[in-house]
Design a protein around this ligand. Structure first.
Ligand SMILES: [Zn+2]
Ligand SMILES: [Zn+2]
Length: 277
């Protein structure tokens, strides 16, 4: 199983980091977690695309995690012959969000169906809402969800994907909480949105300082990783965006609280999950 970082950025636009999303690849199958700014460009960079996505898992409905869902829906639809339905999993509220997205796309869908005789039906996007527990399981892949804590954004969930003897947790935006510890227990790889509250507090802008109370700091993430006994902590969706060359500072802060491997990847970095081979 491989984790491909299809977007390591935050809501703040960056020339190098797309908005939050991650791709998990197992045995030729593609699971997409969140769909932020530039996601489809990064999928192309990972040599895959909308038609190849088996399932979209949304951690929450904050705009930075869903900006390009409309692009995923539309591009999958117009490049399929015919397009397969796009199964979407997310917290309660996801069904309404997808319905709203399809409404927003209504004019475009109508024009394309009027123009292309072989587009006989609008995009099909079945939604599975989850508050936690088993999401999907077959002979190869097991996906479980757990509630996370990102209030006032509520509800929110994180995911654990297990396959080929490995496990990866995609926590999304959350502060530490017991359900997150449980989700992470013994995982090989734990991906966590992190902020540097020490840097943010130096900027006297209330709107920026507001983000501190609903995100894990680097220390929070490291302590979660240590409590849960994970193998590798992946610092992601960093706020503020790390200046090039300062990634080591972030990793060093985490390493004071966690003995395992700590990574701060770039877009399209590929991280193997589970036994080597
Ligand atoms: Zn968020
Ligand atoms: Zn976010």
């Amino acid at each position: 199983m491989d984790l491909v970082m299809t977007g390591t950025g935050s809501p703040l636009p960056s020339p190098d980091r797309a908005g939050p999303s991650q791709l998990v690849q197992v045995g030729g199958r593609n699971l997409l977690i969140d769909c932020g700014r530039g996601c489809l460009m990064r999928l192309a960079g990972a040599a895959t695309g909308p038609a190849a996505i088996e399932r979209l898992l949304l951690t929450h409905l904050h705009s930075d995690h869903i900006t390009d869902v409309n692009d995923l829906v539309t591009t999958r639809w117009i490049t399929g012959f015919p397009a397969a339905p796009l199964p979407v999993v997310g917290p309660v509220g996801t069904a309404a969000f997808i319905a709203d997205t399809l409404t927003m796309l209504g004019r475009d869908i109508g024009w394309r169906m009027a123009h292309h005789d072989d587009l006989e039906a609008p995009p099909v996007v079945p939604v599975q809402e989850t508050a936690g527990g088993l999401v999907f399981e077959d002979d190869v892949v097991r996906i479980v969800a757990a509630p996370t804590e990102h209030r006032p954004v509520h509800p929110t969930v994180g995911y654990r994907i297990e396959a080929e003897g490995g496990s990866v947790v995609l926590a999304g935006d959350t502060i530490p909480c017991p359900a997150l510890d449980e989700l992470c227990a013994g995982a090989d790889v734990y991906v966590q949105t992190v902020i540097r509250d020490d840097l943010i507090r130096q900027v006297p802008v209330a709107r920026l300082n507001d983000v501190i109370d609903y995100h894990s700091s680097v220390i929070d993430a490291a302590q979660t990783a240590a409590r849960a006994g994970v193998g590798t902590l992946v610092l992601n969706h960093c706020v503020p965006t790390p200046a090039p060359g300062t990634e080591g500072e972030w990793i060093a802060i985490a390493a004071e609280h966690f003995d395992g491997e700590v990574l701060l990847p770039a877009d399209l970095d590929r991280i193997h999950v589970g036994p080597a081979g």
